[in-house]
Ligand binder design. Structure first.
Ligand SMILES: *Cc1c(COP(=O)(O)O)cnc(C)c1O
Length: 405
């Protein structure tokens, strides 16, 4: 028997040679994480305010999450959805508890959750038009982001995302965010649903106003449309409420969630309000990996820590002084900082110029952040970040601004 030859190649070289080039990656290899901190392969430590793009709700390797996942991995990892598993039932119960009477379908990502909502809208249109497939239009918002599969991509009117992939799925129209009239003007007999992100996460952190959400709810009720919310990024506690639409006090007909739900384990879900929850029937939708015992155990661990440690209230309390300190940068660096937007731990800081050099400078001073849109720096601390860590992030940002990169 020959032993495989051992080739020592750096991670950077392996990526250069073998990994698809579809991301603009930072020159950084991360090897270990603990709480809000993460380490690279040279031993440098960073404050991780990316949270894997709103995924690591409890930071890295939270002990309760790790213990739960380890235990479940030794018990039962995957079974088909042709059978029940206890964790999926319990997780559905909890998510319904937060959203209201309804039902949950489990999938594996935000894109898949959004696809499920789009298919739900089509089924609603069929029910609405007496069984015919002629009522299928979905009205979305300009600058939206609903994932990169064909349905969600077609609902994402951004050239950089759609270019090269046409023809798109037909039946999407786009209104101006926070302009109710522009949405109302697009509604006709072929319309099945209105679908928006409660806070647009990928195009600069643009929140829907409460008035706009209430207006859409009313419009949907009046015209028998489904009111669909994409909470993939802004949901799961990120704004200090479990779902971010709770701040406005509206009731959607269905929502998509994913990112923070599994605390790092891939899992997505949709919740559908009771009156529409039977549109999906055996055979018309499904996915192999949706709601496995392992993924649901991870999500249950996230919910347990959020509840046990009072993280929703903590996000609300701690985010106020943090956002105020970021807003102070507007006053102190008016040439560089244009706006601060968002809610809770989903915050965008709009800069006057290209943010590439800023992201590098922040990283060099030990803070990881991501971009959102063209010139907005997005901070996504984990829900259990400490007040000190939040304050440190502002100090680092302030130092970068003072150094005028
Ligand atoms: C990230 C995101 C998606 C897509 O989720 P994936 O898990 O990357 O497929 C969809 N909608 C919103 C609002 C998102 O932020």
């Amino acid at each position: 028997m020959t032993s495989p030859s051992i080739v020592r190649t750096s991670t950077a070289e392996l990526y250069d040679a073998h990994v698809m080039k579809n991301y603009a990656r930072a020159a950084l290899t991360l090897v270990r994480g603990r709480g809000t901190q993460v380490w690279d392969d040279a031993g440098n430590r960073y404050l991780d305010f990316t949270s894997g793009i709103a995924v690591n709700a409890l930071g890295h390797c939270h002990p309760h999450w790790v213990a739960t996942v380890q235990r479940q991995a030794g018990e039962l990892i995957h079974v088909s959805n042709l059978f029940r598993n206890p964790n999926q039932g319990e997780l559905a119960r909890r998510l319904v508890g937060y959203a209201g009477p309804g039902r949950v379908f489990f999938c594996n990502s935000g894109a898949e959750a959004d696809e499920a909502l789009i298919k739900l809208a089509r089924l609603h249109g069929v029910a609405k038009s007496g069984g015919e497939e002629k009522c299928y239009k979905i009205i979305c918002a300009k600058n939206a982001f609903h994932g990169r599969m064909f349905g969600g991509m077609s609902a994402t009117p951004q050239e950089k995302i759609q270019k090269g992939f046409r023809p798109l799925v037909p039946g999407f129209a786009f209104g101006e965010l926070n302009n109710l009239e522009s949405f109302a003007a697009l509604v006709d007999d072929s319309t099945a649903a209105i679908f928006v992100e409660t806070i647009q996460g990928e195009s600069g952190i643009n929140p829907c106003t409460p008035e706009f959400l209430h207006g859409l709810r009313e419009l949907c009720t009046k015209r028998n449309l489904l009111f669909l919310l994409d909470e993939v990024q802004c949901g799961l506690g990120r704004t200090g409420r479990f779902y971010s639409f709770e701040h406005a006090g509206v009731t959607p007909d269905a929502i998509a969630m994913a990112k923070g739900l599994g605390g790092g384990m891939p899992i997505g879900a949709i919740w559908v309000r009771d009156r529409h929850a039977e549109l999906f029937q055996p055979g018309n939708h499904g996915t192999t990996f949706g709601g496995t015992p392992l993924a649901c155990a991870a999500a249950l661990a996230v919910l347990e820590v959020i509840e046990r440690d009072g993280l929703l209230a903590q996000v609300r309390t701690q985010s106020a002084p943090w956002i105020a300190a970021l807003q102070k940068l507007l006053v102190d660096f008016p040439q560089q900082v244009v706006a601060v937007r968002g809610q809770g731990y989903l915050i965008g800081v709009q800069l006057a110029s290209d943010l590439g050099p800023y992201l590098v400078a922040l990283r060099e001073r030990g803070l990881l952040a991501v971009s959102s849109g063209n010139n907005v720096i997005r901070f996504l601390p984990p829900l259990n970040a400490s007040a000190d860590e939040l304050a440190t992030s502002v100090e680092i940002f302030r130092a970068v601004l003072a150094a005028k990169v």
